[in-house]
Design a protein around this ligand. Structure first.
Ligand SMILES: Nc1ncnc2c1ncn2[C@@H]1O[C@H](COP(=O)(O)OP(=O)(O)OP(=O)(O)O)[C@@H](O)[C@H]1O
Ligand SMILES: [Mg+2]
Length: 248
């Protein structure tokens, strides 16, 4: 099967600071990858490079069949196809406060993809149903809990039917119960195998139970890449061992 994400020798500096120091990675369709590792290791920067929110300095990157060249600015027209095929969910939910939940989810399909409003609405309703919010379509985001807002953000990303969904700490702004609600939605998504997902997370139980592979990022490199049991229980690298010791 062809790779949905293919990264070779990715290098990225912020000023004088080397943030990604040669990352090689490949993801097949339907995989769920959990990105873990110490703070500052480069996880967020890597996800942002994958959808062109950060340019990179050298190396090669292809995602959902779209190559991204080094030095491509985030507003480049070359990234427009990628915006339609790669979805992103952040720690903060970034919903539009003046729109209803339903309108938030319909917005991109109607405005960007020019879907007919009626079909966009039907799809938005079924996605909101799927994330357990079918009865909150008319509400403004401010009336929802954090966990509910994050589930709306996930539905909104899915509304574009992305080939790849990137999530950067989607539960870390939430209290434990709401975290569980959002993780349950992600678990369902992962099991369906329809969307390839890369999730930065500190939830090791989730990573272990749901991910097909775990990547440990440290100092700008993937220092460990493998199935959860192997990575968590028998890490090969000293850096990964140190991370799991400090994380438990
Ligand atoms: N816009 C920026 N300008 C300068 N340095 C940055 C910028 N963004 C990130 N960095 C630096 O790049 C390094 C990697 O940051 P990144 O946010 O990718 O780490 P992370 O693994 O996501 O960490 P965390 O787990 O804390 O979110 C850090 O040293 C950070 O200070
Ligand atoms: Mg981060």
């Amino acid at each position: 099967m062809s790779a949905v994400v293919q990264v070779k020798g990715l290098v990225k500096a912020h000023g004088a600071r080397a943030v990604l120091r040669g990352v090689d990675a490949e993801v097949s369709a339907g995989e769920t990858i959990a990105l873990v590792g110490p703070s500052g290791g480069g996880k967020s920067t890597f996800l942002r490079c994958l959808n062109g929110l950060n340019s990179f300095d050298s190396g090669s990157l292809e995602i959902a069949g779209i190559p991204i060249q080094p030095q491509t600015p985030p507003d480049s027209a070359a990234l427009l196809p990628l915006r339609a095929r790669v979805g992103m969910v952040f720690q903060g939910f970034h919903l539009f406060p003046h729109l209803s939940v339903l309108e938030n989810v319909m917005l991109a399909p109607v405005q960007v993809r020019r879907d007919a409003p009626a079909s966009a609405e039907a799809r938005a309703r079924s996605l909101l149903e799927r994330v357990g919010l079918g009865d909150r379509c008319g509400a403004r985001p401010a009336l929802l809990s954090g966990g509910q807002q994050q589930r709306v953000a996930i539905a909104r990303a899915l509304a574009m039917q992305p080939e790849v969904l990137l999530l950067d700490e989607p539960t870390s702004a939430l209290d434990p119960q709401m975290r569980g609600e959002v993780l349950a939605v992600l678990r369902d998504l992962a099991r369906s195998g329809k969307t390839t997902m890369l999730v930065v997370t500190h939830e090791m139980a989730f990573a272990r139970g749901v991910a097909s592979r775990i990547w440990v990022f440290d100092e700008g490199k993937i220092v460990e890449d493998g199935p959860p049991d192997q990575v968590c229980d028998h890490p090969r690298s000293e850096r990964a061992r140190a991370f799991f010791q400090s994380a438990t």
